[in-house]
Design a protein around this ligand. Structure first.
Ligand code: IPE
Ligand code: IPE
Ligand code: MG
Length: 249
């Protein structure tokens, strides 16, 4: 029997609902290599990457996963050629504008994390609008890490906490994990249970350093634009085989 995954609206029968990750994070890597293999410019890979992300978001929603976080642009990605950076910023802005209505209809809550003030103003406006308009949506929490760096996130949390100490609002020995988490960009979102990285690279690339403490990591050779429901199914099957110990025996 052939399964058409694009039509696979319901959770595949071999997956156990009670063992699904609550929160999936993805490092969407390999757009450039995908384009190169097709003989296309890198930017075409980014365009196709958007389609893959849209389908993953819908799939998470269809299959009952309540949070998805995607790494769209790292603090290090500014080091790419200016042309590529500009293309990405314009793409984010255009996609956000085009997809807002659908996100509203599908009850998606979108949130952006990262140093957003450094993004082009027009993109910042689209970001604020989309976050404001979708804030009460509850079907799925979709977080996009844009100009995001894990170290930078930890540093800004430290500065904010140090400032509270300086003002006498907090004692140093009162700083615990919960205090710290409240100052991260991801405050209020549970830690990812599963991290997926495409295109075979075995690294974290400065993504969610604090939050990833106990995430299960799944790496596939598939390039991001080719990551589809069948691939996601494989990632979830692998995740369900894992024994999560959290330091216990
Ligand atoms: C990931 O794909 C997308 C972004 C970092 C924005 P890449 O652009 O890193 O693709 P490769 O790694 O060069 O193939
Ligand atoms: C990580 O991919 C960042 C995003 C997917 C946005 P990169 O392609 O930038 O990571 P490195 O450079 O291979 O570590
Ligand atoms: Mg890459």
């Amino acid at each position: 029997m052939t399964v058409h995954y694009t039509e696979l609206e319901y959770l595949p029968a071999d997956l156990k609902r009670e063992l699904l990750p609550k929160h999936v994070a993805v490092i969407m890597d390999g757009n450039g290599r995908w384009a190169k293999r097709q003989g296309l410019p890198r930017i075409m890979g980014h365009k196709r990457g958007v389609d893959a992300l849209k389908d993953l978001l819908r799939c998470c929603k269809d299959w009952g996963i309540s949070a998805l976080t995607a790494y769209a642009f790292s603090t290090e990605n500014w080091k790419r050629p200016q042309e590529e950076v500009e293309f990405l910023m314009t793409l984010f802005q255009r996609v956000l504008r085009q997809e807002l209505r659908e996100m509203l209809e599908e009850n998606v809550q979108i949130r952006f994390v990262g140093n957003l003030q450094a993004l082009p103003r027009i993109l910042q406006e689209e970001i604020s609008r989309s976050m404001e308009e979708t804030k009460d949506n509850r079907a799925i929490r979709f977080t996009v890490a844009t100009n995001y760096g894990g170290r930078q996130e930890i540093l800004q949390a430290c500065r904010a906490i140090a400032d509270q100490v300086k003002q006498g609002l907090l004692q140093p020995d009162e700083i615990d994990e919960a205090t710290f988490e409240r100052h991260l960009y991801t405050a209020g979102i549970c830690d990812p249970d599963l991290l997926i990285r495409t295109s075979g690279e075995m690294r974290i690339s400065n993504f969610l350093l604090w939050q990833m403490a106990y995430a299960e990591i799944y790496i596939t050779e598939t390039l991001w634009p080719d990551f589809d429901r069948a691939e996601f199914h494989r990632a979830l099957s692998a995740y369900q085989q894992r024994e999560r110990r959290f330091g216990k025996v």
